[in-house]
Design a protein around this ligand. Structure first.
Ligand SMILES: [Fe+2]
Ligand SMILES: [Fe+2]
Length: 358
């Protein structure tokens, strides 16, 4: 599989035009194959956190993030084959928030695949979300690639069904970033069995792209940048040649390689999270955070948000982060070292110390 220089040049040209225009966090993914007819792109928008205030009032800043992402996605050339929304469409799972978000997503000139976020789920356990978007986990094939959407934000039944007197309290507890009353995210046994059966139909050589909301790796439990049964999901993905997991939830740049699985996080359209200082103290769970996400002005509404162009060739991802008020970065798979690397921060084969920047 080899990339076409023409399609790459054309795509970068359009991406550059969009960067100049100043678009919001969205991800475009180009899959390149030797057979040009199979090359295609898709866009990725995530974590819009539409928040209802009262009446017809919603938090304007979060609204603007999604509106702009939708508008920019509709301007992409070449037109993406579809769009993935990465979860946390709503802030507190309200029907009004999901409806308002759905109205904005409906303006996309593409088919939209949605991922469940914890902010969408914990009020009514995904009931209304399902009316809008269907099953909580599913898969499809597109031009030689197998795509899987997982619901990674489930948790213990006891926590979900017994601990809280009201659904609103349950939602509020799960909505906090560092709330000790929260519960770890997990995929759960039922979905693991579904995934096992789903992947049994896929040949080893087929590129597989998994979308989850929380990372299917353990990064930082204190903020739920974590999936409790991540190792069990990874075990099911291990027999495949090339797997990419793209996730939202963390509202920041992360990348990592575990065996055959490349991991990439995307930015949010709502706000950025800083890197927890504890990353530096918990090295065993440290993702390779060599792209400092400076937050020079936390009062600037679009600080440390950005959009990503993801170029996927030969089953591997090259993710191009276009950040507002920050230096653009490229994180690409290096076949020599077998992992994603930031070309600006790493020499090939050189492991660098964790860096935390605020
Ligand atoms: Fe989020
Ligand atoms: Fe989330």
């Amino acid at each position: 599989m080899e990339k076409s220089s023409l399609s790459r040049r054309d795509f970068l040209k359009s991406a550059g035009a969009l960067a100049t225009a100043g678009c919001l966090p969205l991800t475009t993914v180009e899959l390149a194959f030797a057979d040009q007819r199979k090359n295609f792109t898709f866009a990725y928008v995530s974590d819009s956190h539409i928040q209802h205030i009262k009446g017809s009032d919603f938090v304007r800043n979060w609204d603007r993030g999604l509106i702009r992402a939708v508008a920019e996605t509709n301007l992409l050339t070449p037109k993406p084959d579809f769009v993935v929304f990465g979860g946390d469409l709503a802030q507190l799972g309200k029907k009004s928030e999901l409806d308002h978000g759905a109205e904005m997503l409906a303006r996309l000139n593409n088919k939209v695949y949605c991922v469940m976020g914890e902010h969408d789920y914990y009020l009514d356990l995904g009931e209304y979300w399902s009316e809008l978007y269907g099953p909580h986990y599913y898969s499809w094939d597109h031009k030689g690639v197998h795509f899987v959407v997982l619901n990674s934000i489930l948790t213990y039944d006891k926590w979900t069904y017994e601990r809280w007197p009201t659904a609103e309290q349950r939602m509020n507890e799960m909505a906090g970033l560092d709330n000790p009353n929260g519960s770890p995210f997990m995929v759960g046994k039922k979905q693991l069995e579904w995934l096992r059966q789903d992947l049994a139909k896929v040949t080893k050589e087929t590129p597989v792209v998994v979308f989850s909301h929380s990372p299917i790796q353990k990064i930082y439990k204190g903020w739920n940048f974590w999936t409790e049964d991540a190792e069990q999901v990874q075990a099911l993905l291990r027999p495949l040649d090339d797997v990419t997991v793209i996730y939202g939830h963390v509202h920041q740049i992360q990348y990592n390689q575990i065996g055959n699985i490349s991991f990439h996080a995307v930015m949010a359209t709502a706000w950025p999270w800083p890197y927890p200082e504890s990353y530096a103290q918990a090295e065993s769970h440290l993702a390779r955070l060599t792209v400092p996400m400076n937050r020079a002005d936390p009062f600037f509404e679009r600080d440390a948000t950005g959009w990503q162009f993801v170029d996927m060739a030969s089953g591997r991802v090259a993710m191009k982060y276009n950040l507002y008020n920050n230096t653009n970065r490229v994180v690409a798979y290096n076949p020599k070292t077998g992992q994603p690397e930031d070309t600006a921060y790493q020499d090939s084969g050189q492991r660098v110390s964790p860096q935390v920047h605020y």
